[in-house]
Design a binder for this molecule. Structure first.
Ligand code: KG4
Ligand code: ZN
Length: 365
């Protein structure tokens, strides 16, 4: 009997979340999350103000088997009935990637099921099809702790990177800004919270890359500007910290808006026949309400639908990895060999040239 749907087991261990999930792809192309378990290592790394790769890898080792068992259990699908195993094989921290890959390969080998090594960014890129059934082509803004990119999603395995950060990722800039202002890790939520009490226009920061004809981003200069202002204002009062946070958040928001305005125009010119095109946002920074509101307004103004998957699917998870595996399987793309190596860097758009700079979390794909 031919199966009418595909059930995929997904595994994600590329950074500081250990995650496993089972996702079903129905013949009509829609998807269902049958289970989705995520164990965040936030507490483990908080004391260090950032992710410690060795600690992350060790923690993945001790948690992953249990999480996979739980994901299978929760899904009600027996391992025998799973159609393929999909595992993040890059980009990310190499130790963590190895843990996920070894486990996924072992399961694939023991069961004889197809194995897919998934690009983590592809997981983020295709999530909107799982949650909202978005049709190709669409535009993705990925804003996380490790990546800041505008990508044209043309089809499964057809990605065009239009812009990327030339230094820090946006989440990384939030984290560094928070740290230099004495706020907690992760910095994004702390900066957003503090900015609520900030007075507008108390401090003025430049808007990075404004009107630059490339569609790239840059955030490290901004962080330096905040540092200089903070040094001039020291010792910092609670109010000054709030004012600086608001200035920083406003500046990055204006920069995103400026870059996206260009991207939406370019999309509309290139795809004049696409009715109600979609702007999709993904990554942890998408949690920021001021940023979300600005993106929504920009999309409205440009005639785009604004799609922001629920937060637990915007941040790192294994459902997106399982879904990417399902999309690949359904599109007839070949499974990977079991000697597939992890990749710390792996641009989604293989034709994109490398961007110049790199931040704390390594060179940007
Ligand atoms: O996507 P994510 O959970 O993990 C990866 O980096 O893959 O993103 C985490 C990043 C962190 O840098 C965090 O500071 C940022 O997202 N973030 C935020 C907010 N919540 C999380 N940045 C700004 N505002 C927020 N509310
Ligand atoms: Zn991610």
């Amino acid at each position: 009997m031919t199966k009418t749907s595909l059930d995929i087991l997904g595994i994600e261990t590329s950074c500081d979340e250990t995650a496993a999930a089972v996702v079903r792809r129905l013949p009509d192309g829609s998807g269902q999350i049958l289970s989705d378990v995520v164990l965040s290592q936030l507490d483990l790394h908080a004391a260090f103000g950032g992710v410690v790769p060795e600690l992350a890898a060790r923690s993945h080792v001790s948690a992953l088997d249990h999480l996979i068992a739980q994901a299978l259990d929760d899904s009600g699908v027996a391992l025998d009935d799973i159609d393929a195993i999909a595992v993040t094989s890059g980009p990310g921290l190499i130790g963590g990637l190895m843990v996920g890959l070894m486990t996924g390969k072992a399961i694939a080998m023991a069961t004889g099921k197809p194995f897919f090594g998934i690009n983590h960014l592809e997981g983020h890129a295709l999530t909107a099809r799982l949650t909202d059934g978005v049709a190709f082509p669409y535009l993705l803004l990925l804003v996380s702790g490790g990546h800041t990119q505008i990508v044209l999603i043309k089809g499964v395995n057809e990605y065009e990177r239009w812009g990327s950060t030339i230094d820090d990722a946006l989440g990384e800039a939030f984290d560094k800004t928070a740290k230099l202002l004495g706020l907690t890790y992760p910095g994004g939520p702390a900066v957003e919270q503090a900015a609520l009490e900030g007075q507008a226009k108390k401090f003025r920061l430049p808007v990075p890359m404004r009107r630059d004809p490339r569609m790239d981003f840059s955030f490290s200069g901004l962080k330096t500007a905040v540092r200089q202002m903070a040094q001039e204002q020291a010792p910092l009062s609670r109010q000054t910290i709030a004012d600086l946070c608001l200035a920083f958040q406003t500046s990055v928001t204006l920069s995103l808006d400026d870059r996206l305005t260009m991207a939406l125009t370019r999309f509309s010119e290139r795809f004049p026949d696409v009715k109600a095109p979609a702007l999709v946002v993904a990554g942890g920074v998408a949690a920021n309400k001021a940023i979300r509101a600005t993106l929504q307004a920009r999309a409205d103004q440009s005639g785009f639908r604004f799609i922001a998957p629920p937060l637990n699917l915007c941040t790192d998870n294994a459902a997106m990895i399982a879904w990417a595996g399902a999309e690949r399987l359904a599109a007839g793309l070949p499974a990977d060999r079991l000697d597939l190596a992890p990749r710390s860097r792996w641009p989604l758009d293989q034709n994109a040239t490398a961007v110049i700079g790199h931040g704390k979390r390594g060179a940007k794909a």
